[in-house]
Design a protein around this ligand. Sequence first.
Ligand code: ADP
Length: 634
Amino acid sequence: METLQFQAEVKQILDLMIHSLYSQKEIFLRELVSNGADALEKRRVGALENTELGFEGEGVIRISADKASKTISISDNGIGMTKAEVIKNIGTIAHSGTKAFLENAQKMKENPELIGQFGVGFYSAFIVADKVTLHTMRAGTSEGTVWQSSGDGTYSVDTLPRTEGAGTTITLHLKEFNDDDTAEDFTDEWVIRRIVRKYSDFLEWPIMMKVERKNPVLDADGKAIEGEYTTTENDETLNSRKALWRKTPAEVKPEEYAEFYKQVGRDWTDPLDTIHYKAEGTNQFSSLLFIPTNVPFDYNQRDARMGPSLYVKKVFISDNCQDLTPLWLRFIKGVIDSDDLPLNVSREILQKDRRLAAINKAVTGKLIRHFENLLKNDREKWTKIWNLFGSTIKEGIATDGSHRESIEKISLFKSSAQEDLTTLDEYVSRMKDGQKAIYFITGDSIEALKDSPYMESLVKKSYEVLFLTDAVDEWVTQHLTTFADKPVVSITKENLELNTEDEKKEAEKILKTKEADLKEITSSIQDSLQEYVKEVRLSDRLVDSPVCLVSGSWDSSARMERIMESMGQKAPKSKRILEINPTHPIFERMKSISAEQKKEWADILYNQALLSEGSPLKDPMKFARQVANLMTHN
Ligand code: ADP
């Protein structure tokens, strides 16, 4: 037997493993099982060239645990190691993952939680064990090697025959975690099952465990005799091995997709849509993505779980990986499995990894193409998806400049022209001769918008108006300013110009004469309302209603202010402009009423304008009184 010193860097790693408080102890099992799977893979590939390396029986990873001696062992019949390989692979640090780990060692000393986010390979055994034994034999050789260490700076190596043949067995003698009441018993069958399901469920090699089952002994009447049992031992496969995403779509049945979705998406209904896609080339990954049939119940919560799960070569890395898709696709569920990312990498490093950004870009492009295709070929499904998640997708218009145009094209809108939702392209195709812009109005419901005074002049011209009723539309429309070279215009802002040049001249002439005629009235209204509005002016916007409030071109809309207030944010209050319909008989009548009444009427008109834009009244009781008063005296 030889006793050897660990390389200094290895000592450092072991030190961290042993002494750092460590919350995700369970990942040791993921690491050791992954090592076993790698070794099996190496043996399989090796056997293709050298048949001597071929498996005795099938490739398998076995876990066995013994409560009494507090040990758990993980064994594989993979490629195994020679003695020289053991010393090189386990005693020194030569691989990239460990280097990355060490480079961050100082950070982790300060913040031990970070360790859990590293793949730390073989040494992670020392997170849970105070003694580790590795017994291995390289396939194609006949000499076994045993390696042992207590993680204290030295290890021993010796030769020892391995009767079960080539492969590796790692036996951990588990530590006591007296001061940690969250520590689990890693010899417990159900703890082991849970961990395997969580991280290694989709590995293609079977992960097996012998499980003991107690069977009751029955008496002559078929009743269980208390306290008497027989025990049977079964070999059970703990993982489902169904990495559906690695198959080709033709190999997968719809029910399999649905079942898989329910598992990874934590949902009980079938998915609304499935996108199974493999990216080839420099950045290879397989993805199996789903769109839920229902909006998840916690969808709008700040801490909602979002984003697909990330796997690297079928090994689970993290769920709800938000860096895999842009925020406006946060309803997408499923799995993305990279061929290129290293297993041994922290989430922190991942976030900066170019390869992750490249996956994000590729997945986004794929989904946009998929959506475009649905819009063209399955409008019904696209409409369903849009009704569920359209308000999220639209956020991309405001937040994702590189995809803005594509998102604008697939977006659906409610419209004054038809019951069904419309695209902007379809809107443009319906534009009237002389119509200069795409018009929209934002508000809480179609019902309120349809009959609002702002619609009057557009209805008169038979211009279509988009009804934007999602809260997010207030932000979206700040970025959606043109489409297909047409300005996209709010009909509640000042300077709405629907007329042709000739009509405009005509209208201006009429307004001029009306202005002179109603000068006194306008200025008396202005005086009464100066606290609330910044200007009172005549306009030809209205047909039937006497007044409306409009926002300055650069001011936030009334609804934006309401939404911000409802979110507890301070809204920048901007006074609006009261526009007057000079053809309305009210103003002719106002000429002949007393100054006192003029004041009252101005007040009522202002409140009417507030009501029609959906804003709350400052003093509803007063308004009710004023109206009653009006009805009594006129
Ligand atoms: P990594 O797996 O990232 O290379 P590890 O610390 O887990 O780092 O393992 C170091 C090396 O030890 C591996 O690269 C491999 O060569 C060898 N090794 C570990 N476990 C096994 C195993 N079960 N069978 C064969 N070789 C193994």
